[in-house]
Design a protein around this ligand. Structure first.
Ligand SMILES: [Zn+2]
Length: 163
């Protein structure tokens, strides 16, 4: 049921979203844009407490401690607010809610190209631009992956022929 809810969010964002972070749709795949917007909506709330932590005596370098007010879970966000210690950021290489919470508290924009790993960029997934009009996220990712798979297979078969 959580899955269904997420899908509904995805479709809404996909069709008419023009708020904070809408720029991501022209930078990364629809799949990752929707993931990012979900993180922005959570990180922008008052669920997180952001605290600056000095790393050296001068106070020139610091990180951000982002604490979930409800659960007291704490994560560390880097000096430039581009990296976090949580599993979403380290696993997906997409900006997480903690990064957005830290960015909001320091007045940084929610949109920053350096927050996203190359693998999510539209320039890497050129086919997802064609698939944008499609209403089903599952179908979109299926098309992309099957295309790139068959492309790779065709190439290796050709290589076999040639050798
Ligand atoms: Zn995080």
């Amino acid at each position: 049921m959580q899955h269904q809810y997420a899908d509904r969010c995805k479709v809404r964002y996909h069709n008419s979203y023009t708020g904070v972070g809408a720029e991501y749709f022209s930078l990364v795949t629809d799949y990752s844009s929707r993931k990012i917007l979900q993180q922005i909506s959570v990180g922008g709330s008052d669920k997180y407490l952001v605290e600056e932590v000095d790393r050296d005596a001068d106070g020139n370098s610091h990180t951000y401690k982002v604490v979930n007010v409800k659960t007291s879970d704490a994560y560390t966000v880097s000096d430039s607010c581009t990296r976090c210690t949580c599993s979403f950021n380290t696993g997906m290489l997409l900006p997480c809610r903690h990064i957005f919470a830290a960015r909001q508290s320091t007045g940084l924009s929610a949109y920053d190209t350096s927050l996203v790993a190359d693998r999510w960029l539209l320039t890497t997934h050129a086919t997802s631009v064609d698939a944008r009009g499609c209403g089903s996220p599952q179908l979109t990712s299926l098309v992309i992956s099957s295309r790139s798979c068959s492309g790779a297979r065709t190439m290796s078969q050709r290589e076999k022929y040639n050798s």
